[in-house]
Design a protein around this ligand. Sequence first.
Ligand code: SAM
Length: 259
Amino acid sequence: MVPSSQAVSTRYPRRISGRSTTLLTTSPIKGKSCARPAAGPQALPSSSVTEADTRTAYDAVADLYAELFGDARKSHPLDRGLIAAFAELAGDPVADLGCGPGHLTAHLTALGRTAFGIDLSPAMITLARRAHPALRFDEGSMTALDLPDGSLGGVLAWYSTIHTPPERLPDVLAEIHRVLAPGGRLLLGTFASPDILRPFDHKVTLAYRWPLDHLAGLLEQAGLVVDARASREPAETERFGQGCLLARKPAAPQKDQGD
Ligand SMILES: C[S@@+](CC[C@H](N)C(=O)[O-])C[C@H]1O[C@@H](n2cnc3c(N)ncnc32)[C@H](O)[C@@H]1O
């Protein structure tokens, strides 16, 4: 059942991958299966799903996605707790990368951050602007952010890198590292895998479940320091465990003051 926006469910129809959601697959699953990757970005498996495929897939489901998930109160309380901790630690501004219909951008704003959203899908951006007219939402891709170096106090990437082909993820993380100011924070939420990187038939388009340790290694290779990793079991409506990493860009080294 699709919850109405008036009666906000205290269950969490988290992610369009649960058995109980009604969203249909809208694009073919074209990815390859993933063997255990060796260390290093070069060894990451490739996928034939393009960014254009992902954009088209999210454009097609944007209205339903907003109806199912477009309210932060529908998120799992533990997820909201992690986002609140991130909001406390991050500086301004915060970019909500892959913001979807903008509910977490609004949530970060309510938590006191100056936040704006970026999403690949024009339909998502239209919905976000309509729902939160006072906030800024830009169309764009995490693979090439139109933001100056060191300009952000925080980046939230909440289930938005799940479709990134594994071999492209190091580029996305390098982009996040570039735009974060020294000391800036990243909170990345994702589907977790207990063992190996696994592609799966997410109902919008092909997605990946990452072992958190492997993902943490990629963040570190991008120059970020991982401060915390958290995981939880799937809730009633979820298929998979969920995980998240909190990381920071190291502060700029102090200049030697001399003797
Ligand atoms: C599963 S939804 C998550 C939306 C929102 N963060 C949430 O937690 O509900 C994934 C979102 O990431 C966006 N996305 C996927 N790849 C992206 C990219 N390369 N750059 C920007 N947004 C992207 C999709 O358009 C979609 O809105």
